[in-house]
Design a binder for this molecule. Structure first.
Ligand SMILES: *[C@@H]1O[C@H](CO)[C@@H](O)[C@H](O)[C@H]1NC(C)=O
Ligand SMILES: *[C@@H]1O[C@H](CO)[C@@H](O)[C@H](O)[C@H]1NC(C)=O
Ligand SMILES: *[C@@H]1O[C@H](CO)[C@@H](O)[C@H](O)[C@H]1NC(C)=O
Ligand SMILES: *[C@@H]1O[C@H](CO)[C@@H](O)[C@H](O)[C@H]1NC(C)=O
Ligand SMILES: *[C@@H]1O[C@H](CO)[C@@H](O)[C@H](O)[C@H]1NC(C)=O
Length: 409
């Protein structure tokens, strides 16, 4: 073999070798973790041999390894849901391009104020008056600054005590003009609204509420240091309490038991409470802001699951930090909340979701020391207490699976 031929073959060998070993790879492994999925096949081997075996099998989405028979790779047909399992290790492959997410829509400082992004609710909340777009921009309640989007609440007006026509403090409630039927939704924030009696919400809902479902990604009053992630549906959408092994939050307790029935009128649960999962403490409100913000991500796989991550800085995954146009949630670890879609909650419970970003004041169900009257005192007479009642948004992005249009309108 001439030197040149050798060199060419060597390059081809290198190319094939990287292609086999590095083609899609298993970028993420989790120790002391397993996946609830079907085993396609098993093979004796060390943990390091499992990834290549998985890649050679087109049906393999992930592998699990444990010490059975001195070491065994179990090839799995799915990469989720994860759960804690001592002594076991899992690895997930990079999805094929057909299964990867692609950036479909970005709402950010370059287009936030365009007419085709959001509609501005022109209505009243509990003690807020949602202003139209002209009022919001002229009062500086919605503006862009340094490549970010600011959405705030009036913090200068003292409301008159004796004028019953005043329905609350000026604020903004945005509804996305596009609606969605699946996808990956990433809200990247530096700051979320807080203040006395403030209720902060980022959620999605379908028409004919609650028949087409509601997904509350971020919701909680200012006196709570954790987020409550909730689904609301019509009858026939029930979660298993034991599914709490698939997420890091905990079921909201309703009438002394976990409220895992998403039906708004579920017997034995609070009225209109739905099925809620509480995120860990200090991941919300002031704790979130003091950490410099973070990311709320929701992945809606129509046939299988709705799962949500509540990331606080500096724990935002690398592919989000790096603005990867094709982020892979399988590399993000166990979600904060996981809801199973399947026979006990069929996909048709969630349709045509509009995204809503809003704040409210003094909601009837949000605890406030001194009650509603004291809440209204703050909200009316202490505008300066609402200087932290603003969103500072890096972006809101929607990703659809490659080749699938997850935008319904
Ligand atoms: C290894 O995984 C198999 C298949 O899930 C399971 O039956 C077995 O109990 C596991 N063994 C250990 C030691 O975890
Ligand atoms: C409210 O009280 C102020 C004086 O305290 C008075 O000037 C104003 O006219 C009153 N407004 C109404 C609507 O009664
Ligand atoms: C979260 O904080 C509250 C007080 O705000 C406390 O009562 C509760 O026990 C904490 N929960 C956990 C899981 O640490
Ligand atoms: C559906 O509910 C039944 C009865 O509660 C339960 O046994 C089953 O495991 C559930 N299925 C899923 C996929 O959660
Ligand atoms: C209103 O809130 C903004 C945003 O936090 C702040 O920059 C401004 O100083 C506040 N204005 C007053 C009068 O407190």
């Amino acid at each position: 073999m001439t030197a040149k031929k050798f060199f060419v073959s060597f390059i081809i060998f290198l190319y094939l070798n990287t292609n086999v070993l590095g083609q899609s790879g298993c970028p993420t492994t989790y120790s002391n973790t397993a996946i609830k999925a079907n085993v396609i096949s098993t093979a004796a081997g060390s943990v390091d041999s499992c990834c290549a075996l998985c890649q050679q099998n087109s049906a393999c989405a992930a592998y699990k390894w444990n010490s059975t028979s001195g070491g065994t790779c179990f090839l799995l047909d799915d990469y989720q849901p994860l759960y804690v399992s001592n002594g076991e290790t899992v690895g997930v492959t990079t999805p094929s391009s057909a299964n990867a997410y692609v950036l479909t829509k970005s709402y950010d400082s370059s287009n936030w104020l365009n007419d085709d992004t959001f509609s501005y609710a022109n209505s009243n909340g509990d003690f807020t008056v949602y202003v139209d777009k002209n009022t919001a921009t002229s009062k500086g309640l919605v503006k862009t600054q340094n490549g970010k989007v600011y959405v705030g609440m009036d913090n200068t007006t003292v409301l008159p005590w004796n004028d019953t026509s005043v329905k609350g403090r000026d604020a903004v409630r945005l509804n996305s003009i596009s609606t969605y039927n699946a996808g990956l939704f990433i809200l990247n924030l530096d700051h979320m609204p807080t203040g006395p009696g403030v209720l902060t919400e980022f959620w999605m809902s379908g028409p004919n509420w609650p028949n087409e479902g509601e997904i509350d990604i971020l919701q909680g009053p200012a006196n709570k240091n954790f987020n409550t992630i909730t689904l609301h549906t019509d009858e026939g959408c029930t979660m298993q309490v034991s599914d709490n092994i698939y997420f890091t939050g905990s079921w909201e307790i309703q009438n002394n038991k976990p409220g895992a029935n998403c039906w708004n009128n579920a017997p034995g649960q609070y009225a209109y409470a739905g099925c809620g999962i509480e995120a860990p403490n200090n991941t919300f409100n002031t704790g979130f802001n003091q950490a410099g913000g973070g990311v709320f991500a929701m992945e809606w796989n129509r046939e299988k699951f709705i799962r949500i991550w509540n990331f606080v800085q500096p724990n935002v995954p690398a592919d989000i930090v790096q603005n990867n146009p094709s982020p892979n949630p399988a590399t993000w670890g166990m979600p904060t909340a996981y809801f199973t879609i399947g026979p006990n909650c069929t996909a048709d419970h969630f349709q045509t979701q509009t995204m809503t970003l809003m704040v409210d004041l003094c909601p009837s169900w949000g605890y406030f020391p001194g009650g509603a009257c004291e809440c209204h005192n703050h909200a009316s007479f202490a505008p300066y207490e609402y200087s932290e009642a603003y969103w500072l948004i890096n972006y809101l992005k929607v990703f659809c699976k490659n080749g699938q249009n997850c935008i319904s309108s």
